[in-house]
Design a protein around this ligand. Structure first.
Ligand SMILES: Cc1ncc(COP(=O)(O)O)c(C=O)c1O
Length: 367
């Protein structure tokens, strides 16, 4: 019998809700949260000061078009501020893009271990989320192109990807764009771009500037350390920007976020420090954890994907429980079809050393 009550659009109730990383370890005094790819350095002191100043005027609506912030982003990256849209985190923009370009019956492609917000955003519009297989935990351009059908309207690619940390070189991203029909929007999610130190990487700016069907999203949640404020931005062709501006909330970015974002993006010394800290500890973690015998997927971002055996007592779940008891909180990634892995964000020197030490003990090796 059908119940007569409001029904969400088809597909909505098949969405598995997003589960964020754990943030506590019951009964443990000191906790190191390495489960959400936050920066161990925190935000710039200038950003905190700007946040406090903006906090004195909470009764005022913010500037709905975030003009000063778009100008600051434009100045930093050499972009036209009119082609930038800011959002309440890049999640907001990913959802707005899906809402603007997808409808019931359409298809949108992401990759098997791709960021989970994509299928949620896609299915929320009534469209079908198609997972293209990856190779070596890396998005594969041929597999994405083979998944394209006449119903395909969007492709979401995190570059680098979360939770794998792998990236697609610029030549391959260009080949992907060239192979897509002109009516398919390619979303390059560059949430971790600031961390990448590879000569063959490009975040997406060049493709947005030279084509009509590419948009790049960025975030202030990672290297800038403003995850709690919810601030992201996108750079796109004028027609995509126009569509998103028509459907976004008129005040989708709050005043303290605008103020802090401007200060954060201008404090390039802080960004450099965060990048240098990450470069040093990312390679240290990959080496040290690899030496213990756990394969680590090569990462270009601020986290590592650690693979565990299926042997009882040695699994990813066993390791997670062992680490959590010591206040070391990593991220289980079973929902990303990686049941035998844990993702660890690069932390402070203390946290990084503690994890490696704890993994040694987990293996029963002498301290
Ligand atoms: C690949 C990727 N894209 C986007 C986001 C969302 O970032 P934001 O905090 O800007 O919504 C994340 C956060 O984990 C991410 O890993």
């Amino acid at each position: 019998m059908t119940v007569n009550r409001p029904q969400p659009r088809p597909g909505v109730l098949t969405i598995a809700p997003y589960v964020p990383g754990k943030s506590s370890a019951p009964g443990v005094a000191k906790v190191f949260k390495l489960s959400s790819n936050e920066t161990p350095l925190g935000p710039s002191a200038d950003a905190i000061a700007a946040y406090r100043t903006a906090g004195e005027r909470l009764e005022d609506y913010p500037d709905g078009s975030a003009s000063a912030l778009r100008d600051a982003i434009g100045a930093t990256f050499g972009l036209d501020p009119d082609r930038i849209v800011c959002g309440a985190g890049s999640d907001d923009l990913l959802n707005l893009l899906a809402r603007a370009f997808l409808r019931d019956g359409d298809e949108a492609i992401y990759t098997t271990h791709g960021f989970l917000v994509y299928p949620i955003a896609i299915m929320g519009t009534g469209a079908k989320a198609i997972a293209a297989p990856e190779k070596d935990f890396t998005a594969n351009v041929d597999a994405i192109l083979s998944a394209v059908t006449p119903k395909t309207k969007m492709v979401f690619l995190a570059n680098p990807n979360n939770p794998t940390g792998t990236y697609v070189p610029f030549d391959e991203v260009k080949r992907l764009q060239k192979g897509l029909p002109g009516n398919v929007l390619l979303v390059l999610d560059a949430a971790y771009a600031e961390y990448v130190q590879r000569n063959d990487y490009e975040s997406g700016i060049e493709l947005v500037a030279t084509t009509d069907n590419v948009v790049m999203t960025r975030t202030f949640s990672k290297i800038y350390g403003l995850a709690s404020l919810r601030l992201g931005w996108m750079y796109g062709p004028a027609h995509v920007v126009d569509a998103v501006n028509r459907i976004r909330g008129p005040f989708n970015v709050n005043g303290p976020a605008i103020g802090a974002g401007i200060a954060a993006i201008r404090d390039t010394a802080h960004v450099d420090r965060a990048r240098a800290h990450n470069a040093r500890w990312l390679s240290w973690l990959m080496d040290e954890i690899g030496k213990l015998g756990f394969p680590v997927t090569p990462s270009a971002a601020n986290f590592v994907l650690i693979h565990f055996p299926k042997t009882q007592g040695r699994t990813a779940q066993d390791a997670d429980a062992f680490l959590t008891r010591r206040g070391l909180i990593l991220r289980q990634v079973g929902v990303y079809k990686l049941p035998n892995a844990l993702r660890m964000s690069v932390g402070t020197e203390e946290a990084n050393r503690l994890v490696v030490q704890a993994l040694k003990e987990f293996l029963g090796k002498p301290a």
